[in-house]
Design a protein around this ligand. Structure first.
Ligand SMILES: N[C@@H](CCC(=O)N[C@@H](CS)C(=O)NCC(=O)O)C(=O)O
Length: 226
Protein backbone atom coordinates (compact mmCIF):
# COMPACT_ATOMS: atom_id res chain seq x y z
CA UNK A 1 0.00 0.00 0.00
CA UNK A 2 1.59 3.34 -1.01
CA UNK A 3 1.79 6.08 1.59
CA UNK A 4 4.35 7.57 3.95
CA UNK A 5 7.30 5.18 4.31
CA UNK A 6 6.82 4.51 8.03
CA UNK A 7 3.11 5.13 8.42
CA UNK A 8 1.13 2.59 10.42
CA UNK A 9 -1.36 0.39 8.55
CA UNK A 10 -4.70 2.18 8.53
CA UNK A 11 -8.12 0.80 7.73
CA UNK A 12 -11.01 3.10 6.86
CA UNK A 13 -14.57 1.83 7.14
CA UNK A 14 -16.63 3.82 4.68
CA UNK A 15 -19.45 3.80 2.18
CA UNK A 16 -19.18 5.10 -1.37
CA UNK A 17 -21.88 7.77 -0.90
CA UNK A 18 -20.93 8.81 2.63
CA UNK A 19 -20.13 12.50 3.02
CA UNK A 20 -18.36 11.85 6.31
CA UNK A 21 -16.15 9.08 4.87
CA UNK A 22 -15.34 11.39 1.94
CA UNK A 23 -13.94 13.96 4.38
CA UNK A 24 -11.55 11.41 5.86
CA UNK A 25 -10.60 10.05 2.43
CA UNK A 26 -9.63 13.55 1.24
CA UNK A 27 -7.69 14.37 4.42
CA UNK A 28 -5.75 11.09 4.28
CA UNK A 29 -4.82 11.71 0.65
CA UNK A 30 -3.80 15.33 1.28
CA UNK A 31 -1.55 14.12 4.10
CA UNK A 32 -0.02 11.48 1.82
CA UNK A 33 -1.42 8.65 3.92
CA UNK A 34 -2.72 5.39 2.54
CA UNK A 35 -5.58 3.42 4.07
CA UNK A 36 -7.23 0.23 3.07
CA UNK A 37 -10.94 0.98 2.70
CA UNK A 38 -13.58 -1.49 3.79
CA UNK A 39 -16.76 -0.63 1.95
CA UNK A 40 -19.96 -1.03 3.94
CA UNK A 41 -23.37 -0.90 2.30
CA UNK A 42 -25.44 1.47 4.40
CA UNK A 43 -28.51 0.84 2.24
CA UNK A 44 -28.30 -2.84 3.19
CA UNK A 45 -27.83 -2.05 6.90
CA UNK A 46 -24.19 -3.14 7.22
CA UNK A 47 -23.70 -0.41 9.82
CA UNK A 48 -25.86 -2.44 12.22
CA UNK A 49 -23.89 -5.69 11.87
CA UNK A 50 -22.51 -6.75 15.26
CA UNK A 51 -18.92 -6.73 13.97
CA UNK A 52 -19.21 -3.12 12.88
CA UNK A 53 -21.15 -2.02 15.99
CA UNK A 54 -18.21 -3.35 17.99
CA UNK A 55 -16.07 -0.75 16.17
CA UNK A 56 -18.62 2.06 16.31
CA UNK A 57 -21.67 1.52 18.51
CA UNK A 58 -23.31 4.52 16.83
CA UNK A 59 -23.69 2.49 13.63
CA UNK A 60 -22.18 5.13 11.34
CA UNK A 61 -19.16 5.53 9.11
CA UNK A 62 -16.38 6.52 9.05
CA UNK A 63 -14.28 4.55 11.48
CA UNK A 64 -10.51 4.66 11.19
CA UNK A 65 -8.61 1.76 12.65
CA UNK A 66 -4.89 1.84 13.32
CA UNK A 67 -2.64 -0.60 15.11
CA UNK A 68 -2.63 -0.77 18.89
CA UNK A 69 -5.51 1.54 19.69
CA UNK A 70 -9.30 1.51 19.58
CA UNK A 71 -11.00 2.83 16.41
CA UNK A 72 -11.45 6.51 15.86
CA UNK A 73 -14.91 7.66 14.81
CA UNK A 74 -16.53 11.01 13.87
CA UNK A 75 -14.97 12.48 10.76
CA UNK A 76 -13.93 15.81 12.29
CA UNK A 77 -12.29 14.12 15.27
CA UNK A 78 -10.40 11.96 12.79
CA UNK A 79 -9.35 15.04 10.81
CA UNK A 80 -8.13 16.70 14.01
CA UNK A 81 -6.19 13.55 14.90
CA UNK A 82 -4.56 13.41 11.47
CA UNK A 83 -3.74 17.12 11.63
CA UNK A 84 -1.94 16.78 14.97
CA UNK A 85 -0.28 13.46 14.17
CA UNK A 86 0.78 14.41 10.63
CA UNK A 87 1.02 18.23 10.64
CA UNK A 88 2.51 18.50 7.17
CA UNK A 89 0.86 19.73 5.03
CA UNK A 90 -1.29 21.70 7.46
CA UNK A 91 -5.04 21.67 6.92
CA UNK A 92 -5.67 24.37 9.53
CA UNK A 93 -4.33 27.94 9.48
CA UNK A 94 -1.40 28.89 11.68
CA UNK A 95 -3.29 31.59 13.57
CA UNK A 96 -5.89 31.09 16.29
CA UNK A 97 -8.60 33.22 14.66
CA UNK A 98 -8.05 31.47 11.33
CA UNK A 99 -8.42 28.04 12.91
CA UNK A 100 -11.65 29.10 14.62
CA UNK A 101 -13.02 30.51 11.34
CA UNK A 102 -12.18 27.32 9.44
CA UNK A 103 -13.77 25.15 12.14
CA UNK A 104 -16.83 27.38 12.11
CA UNK A 105 -17.24 27.03 8.33
CA UNK A 106 -16.74 23.28 8.61
CA UNK A 107 -19.32 23.05 11.42
CA UNK A 108 -21.94 24.81 9.31
CA UNK A 109 -21.78 21.80 7.01
CA UNK A 110 -20.84 18.98 9.35
CA UNK A 111 -22.98 19.90 12.34
CA UNK A 112 -25.86 21.91 10.88
CA UNK A 113 -26.44 20.49 7.40
CA UNK A 114 -25.18 16.93 6.97
CA UNK A 115 -26.93 15.39 10.02
CA UNK A 116 -30.32 16.31 8.55
CA UNK A 117 -29.84 14.13 5.49
CA UNK A 118 -28.15 10.98 6.82
CA UNK A 119 -29.87 7.62 6.17
CA UNK A 120 -31.17 7.19 9.74
CA UNK A 121 -32.97 10.56 9.59
CA UNK A 122 -34.43 9.86 6.14
CA UNK A 123 -35.52 6.44 7.37
CA UNK A 124 -37.27 7.95 10.39
CA UNK A 125 -39.03 10.53 8.22
CA UNK A 126 -40.24 7.82 5.85
CA UNK A 127 -41.20 5.19 8.40
CA UNK A 128 -42.47 7.30 11.31
CA UNK A 129 -43.31 10.77 10.02
CA UNK A 130 -45.09 9.62 6.85
CA UNK A 131 -42.79 11.28 4.30
CA UNK A 132 -43.21 9.92 0.78
CA UNK A 133 -40.44 9.98 -1.86
CA UNK A 134 -41.30 13.52 -3.01
CA UNK A 135 -41.36 14.88 0.54
CA UNK A 136 -38.04 13.19 1.31
CA UNK A 137 -36.43 14.69 -1.78
CA UNK A 138 -37.82 18.13 -0.92
CA UNK A 139 -36.47 17.79 2.64
CA UNK A 140 -32.99 16.90 1.42
CA UNK A 141 -32.94 19.64 -1.25
CA UNK A 142 -34.10 22.20 1.32
CA UNK A 143 -31.34 21.51 3.83
CA UNK A 144 -28.57 21.12 1.26
CA UNK A 145 -29.68 24.37 -0.41
CA UNK A 146 -29.80 26.15 2.92
CA UNK A 147 -26.30 24.98 3.80
CA UNK A 148 -24.91 26.07 0.44
CA UNK A 149 -26.62 29.47 0.61
CA UNK A 150 -25.31 30.08 4.12
CA UNK A 151 -21.81 29.09 3.02
CA UNK A 152 -22.03 31.51 0.11
CA UNK A 153 -23.00 34.35 2.46
CA UNK A 154 -20.14 33.49 4.81
CA UNK A 155 -17.52 33.15 2.06
CA UNK A 156 -18.53 35.94 -0.31
CA UNK A 157 -18.76 38.45 2.52
CA UNK A 158 -15.38 37.75 4.09
CA UNK A 159 -11.96 39.23 3.36
CA UNK A 160 -10.40 35.99 4.64
CA UNK A 161 -11.82 34.02 1.72
CA UNK A 162 -9.19 33.47 -0.95
CA UNK A 163 -8.55 30.83 -3.58
CA UNK A 164 -10.02 28.48 -0.99
CA UNK A 165 -12.45 28.98 1.91
CA UNK A 166 -9.68 30.46 4.05
CA UNK A 167 -6.84 32.11 2.18
CA UNK A 168 -4.96 30.27 -0.51
CA UNK A 169 -4.40 26.87 1.10
CA UNK A 170 -6.79 23.94 1.47
CA UNK A 171 -8.27 23.57 4.95
CA UNK A 172 -10.88 21.45 6.72
CA UNK A 173 -13.48 23.93 5.42
CA UNK A 174 -12.73 23.06 1.78
CA UNK A 175 -12.90 19.35 2.54
CA UNK A 176 -16.37 19.85 4.02
CA UNK A 177 -17.47 22.16 1.22
CA UNK A 178 -16.31 19.60 -1.33
CA UNK A 179 -18.70 17.02 -0.03
CA UNK A 180 -21.57 19.49 0.16
CA UNK A 181 -20.84 20.10 -3.54
CA UNK A 182 -21.42 16.41 -4.20
CA UNK A 183 -24.71 16.63 -2.29
CA UNK A 184 -25.68 19.68 -4.37
CA UNK A 185 -25.31 17.59 -7.50
CA UNK A 186 -27.42 14.81 -5.97
CA UNK A 187 -30.33 17.14 -5.13
CA UNK A 188 -30.06 19.13 -8.38
CA UNK A 189 -29.06 22.41 -6.70
CA UNK A 190 -27.80 24.92 -9.29
CA UNK A 191 -24.38 26.05 -8.08
CA UNK A 192 -24.78 29.16 -10.28
CA UNK A 193 -26.75 30.58 -7.34
CA UNK A 194 -23.67 30.42 -5.12
CA UNK A 195 -20.74 31.65 -7.25
CA UNK A 196 -18.07 31.76 -4.53
CA UNK A 197 -18.97 28.27 -3.37
CA UNK A 198 -19.01 27.07 -6.99
CA UNK A 199 -15.59 28.56 -7.69
CA UNK A 200 -14.00 26.94 -4.62
CA UNK A 201 -15.61 23.55 -5.29
CA UNK A 202 -14.35 23.67 -8.90
CA UNK A 203 -10.83 24.55 -7.68
CA UNK A 204 -10.87 21.66 -5.20
CA UNK A 205 -12.02 19.21 -7.88
CA UNK A 206 -8.79 19.91 -9.76
CA UNK A 207 -6.83 18.50 -6.80
CA UNK A 208 -6.11 14.79 -7.04
CA UNK A 209 -7.01 14.06 -3.41
CA UNK A 210 -10.51 15.49 -3.93
CA UNK A 211 -11.02 13.94 -7.35
CA UNK A 212 -10.06 10.44 -6.18
CA UNK A 213 -12.28 10.68 -3.08
CA UNK A 214 -15.38 11.44 -5.15
CA UNK A 215 -18.22 9.06 -4.30
CA UNK A 216 -18.60 7.96 -7.90
CA UNK A 217 -15.02 6.71 -7.90
CA UNK A 218 -15.50 4.44 -4.89
CA UNK A 219 -16.10 0.72 -4.80
CA UNK A 220 -19.83 0.06 -4.61
CA UNK A 221 -20.92 3.17 -6.53
CA UNK A 222 -23.56 2.38 -9.12
CA UNK A 223 -22.23 3.06 -12.64
CA UNK A 224 -25.42 4.86 -13.70
CA UNK A 225 -25.75 7.26 -10.75
CA UNK A 226 -23.11 9.78 -11.92
N1 LIG B 1 -21.01 13.28 12.45
C1 LIG B 1 -20.60 12.03 11.89
C2 LIG B 1 -21.63 11.55 10.90
C3 LIG B 1 -21.52 10.08 10.65
C4 LIG B 1 -22.69 9.61 9.81
O1 LIG B 1 -23.86 9.87 10.11
N2 LIG B 1 -22.34 8.89 8.74
C5 LIG B 1 -23.38 8.42 7.87
C6 LIG B 1 -22.87 8.32 6.44
S1 LIG B 1 -22.40 9.90 5.81
C7 LIG B 1 -23.80 7.04 8.32
O2 LIG B 1 -22.98 6.17 8.50
N3 LIG B 1 -25.10 6.86 8.50
C8 LIG B 1 -25.66 5.62 8.87
C9 LIG B 1 -27.13 5.78 9.16
O3 LIG B 1 -27.60 6.92 9.15
O4 LIG B 1 -27.77 4.75 9.40
C10 LIG B 1 -19.23 12.17 11.23
O5 LIG B 1 -18.92 13.28 10.79
O6 LIG B 1 -18.49 11.19 11.17
Amino acid sequence: MPGMPDQPALTLYGFWRSMAAYRVRVALALKGLAAEEIALDLDAGDQFAPDFLALNPEGAVPALVGPGRPPLTQSMAILEYLEERYPDPPLLPADLYGRARVRSLAALIVSDTHPLIVPRVREYLAETAGFDEAALNAWRAHWVGRGLTAMEARLAGSPETGVFCHGDAVTFADICLGNLGVAAHTVGFDLGQVPTVARIIATCREIDAFAKAHPMRQRGAPPAAA
